[in-house]
Design a protein around this ligand. Sequence first.
Ligand SMILES: [Zn+2]
Ligand SMILES: [Zn+2]
Length: 163
Amino acid sequence: MRVDLRNVIVNPSVRLPFRIELETEGLDFPSVKGYRKPPEADVEVFSEAGILRLQGTITADLLCVCDRCGQEFESVKVTKVDAVIAEEESEDNPELFVLEGTEIDLQELLSTCLILDMETKFLCREDCKGLCARCGRNLNLGPCGCGKEIDPRFAVLKQLLEK
Ligand SMILES: [Zn+2]
Ligand SMILES: [Zn+2]
């Protein structure tokens, strides 16, 4: 989605709000099974000391798969966006986002922000206990019948004593 920022470029006191739904095509992550609805961006473009900035949030309603136990879970991810939009590319100051004429592709800019902010690890909860290495039971649902693992330090001690 291309938007024209001419208004704010010509008149620095203008603030341009945008509310758009992002297309999720290309927004694929290994642990994200899907989007429960299109991510919503609520942002504003304004000029600050001669520099164009875009600030706001992207809210994504995700259906994720836990990296530890494999269960699906829902998660609402809020990405804070604070981007500088350069008027032209320059080699000594490479900017991520550059105007094309007076336009910018908001979908592309916001997708990039979301990708850069995406977690590298997805857990259904911070203290997810994962699966038992022996029987595969989801240990969040309670202990399995495999018995307590022997502390590796005790295992070494036991070997020594047995010698
Ligand atoms: Zn989990
Ligand atoms: Zn087990």
